[in-house]
Design a binder for this molecule. Sequence first.
Ligand code: ADQ
Length: 738
Amino acid sequence: MVESAKRGKLIVASNRLPVTVKRSQGRLQAGRSSGGLVAAMEPAMQRQGGIWIGWPGTQLKPDESLHVEGAGFDMEPVGLSPTEMKRFYHGFSNGVLWPLFHSLPERMQLDPKNWKTYEAINQRFADAIVEHLEDDDLVWIHDYHLALCPEFVRRARPDARIAFFLHIPFPPFDLFRILPNHHALLRGLLSSDLVGFHCPGYVSNFEDCVERLLGARVDRGNGEIEHGDRVARVAAFPLGIDYERYESAAREGPRPKRAPHEKIILGVDRLDYTKGIPERLRAYERMLELHPEMRGEVSFVQIAVPSREQVSEYQALKREIDELVGRINGRFGRSDWTPIRYIHRSIPGPKLSALYRDAAVALVTPLRDGMNLVAKEFVASQTDDPGVLLLSRMAGAAETMREALRVNPYNVEGVSEALHRALEMPLDEREARMRALQRRERRHDLGEWLDLFIARATEPRHSMRPVAKEDFESWLGAFTGKHRLAVFLDFDGTLAPIASHPSLVKIQDGMREVLALCGRRDDTDLAIVSGRGLADVRRMVDNDRFVYAGNHGLEIAGPGIESYQHPDIAHYERRAVELVAELERIDAEGAWVEAKGASLTFHFREVEAEEHEALAEMARSAIREAGFQARDALCAVEARPPIGWDKGHAVLHVLRTRYGPGWSESVRVIYAGDDETDEDAFRSLHGLGMTFRVGAATQPTRARRRLSDVNAVETMLRWIAERAPGRAFERPVSPTEP
Ligand code: ADQ
């Protein structure tokens, strides 16, 4: 299946707009927002045009709009109240995701209320996107604040073209799984057509996580992930900078009246604990300790833009840095020399360019960093005497900037030695390293990044290669081993494609053949577990070697077990007759009631989509009033007796009666189903068996893995039919038997 992609407008969404609005004397004033995301995306939007959706930095009044003269693109503000800021931005985004994704989980501050607000604000952003969304537009969502947004946009507009870029690292599986909401976050991201990261290492961390936590099928070679019935692509797009702009700004930047006597060591960061500023100050202190001859010869300029000042972690960091700077300056300072000049504010562009240009060494030593643009800006600005870049191995930038002196920022001793080496480095080596760095950054600049990302995001969609027997061999081979198999299968949507009416559902020839093959094996037992009445599903499948559980397991019959009927069923059969009559009175063309004895289903697949929710609500309330449980199914609402018995109970009942209480020793269980009611079985079998949810990725699942459709189930059954013979079942011997 190939779908062509035409180009519409670009809709960018990020937590912050590129301007931060302040209210001063009742009037709005717009300033520039800080940080790497804005540095990257603003030039991109200026080139591309479109709409940027984000928080403007202050709550606008209903009659106020945001128009920034000469921006080159439109801006759409999303309002956040102070409480929402506290919970969504400071609480979950920066209090949980930021530290965890930077591999600093002990700094996480979990609070379930913050997660709720995170969900709500992601929905708000999605609504704003959908409002502007037209066919052929590209939605480009940015960063960890909006990880659920792709899913919410996809729900409203299933065909939208959605891309996501993460500006920070994606952590390894072992860390990511600490997050209580990890499934939701992965599902959110996978609703995109393309998920971009800075580095291949982050891509492979993400692939590990979706494979191990969601059981999704991952094609690492092609960077494709199957998520239900959709395919998301993943790839690394290392961000570059607008090289020429930094280069010319450096050439034109203000020149000092006379060259400073000391060599300048420069640090430029947002004031953030991931940037490793205290560690860097200690390394500088150690260098002064070990090399007294450097005192008075060098000077460390650290510029730190205030960031997230409401968060206590950031306030503590500020205090720590203030104290360290004071201590080091007190310890080594002289009347004619201050070892550290610490500037706690944003610096205007031309001044920053001049600082970059004139520095002898840039100390870029984050403890962890998605990419780090400061390293790249420094390199582009080195138009005069070449300086040296000291770069943390933990920054994404270090993966490509090989000619930098790469250091471990945690190793204070090592950084101090590297700093000394950088200060003493001869000109020819500095030149060779800097020119190589510059060539690469010039070639792989922001424009190239943008072209590559947009080209990939608008590529025609295609399906992944269909799931093959080899996939099942790797998922199920070791699990099943030589054991006997107990395979439980839902019917509608699992063994046969859904049709407009239950009576039209039909098992295809290939499926029928493979079911027969499985049925003939003496090491494999099949059971069909359906919401249909027992007689109905047995007639549909028509294989007398199988066990059947009808009415969601209220009635069970088949070879090897005694027939079972739940004791309360007769009572509910009588009451269900009245409920059927009641629901049949709901007047909607195409809606109808399927009577199944003690349970029933109200179907509305054939009714106009916009009426679905109202009909479902009417049915739910009639069902509840009649004393039944209402449960949503695919274009239907089911009424079930409230007797605490579901597909999960039925499966465990079959296993216990067929193989004895120690069944988990002797058989391996596989369950596949496509319906919400199969979730009960997934829950019961969690940790006890291998479970598959079939179909679209629109619903969360407890199943271990997802399968795209009925064909994938057929492939699984073919693998089962053809697998090497297992041991025949031995009936358990009770201790009292001779
Ligand atoms: P940040 O964590 O903000 O970005 P970084 O990539 O270094 O980190 O970008 C900082 C930007 O702010 C640079 O453009 C820099 O020039 C500017 N800046 C910093 N201090 C400044 C100051 N005092 N005055 C003026 N400007 C200053 C996040 C991720 C990074 C990733 C970027 C882009 O954490 O890893 O590289 O997004 O994806």
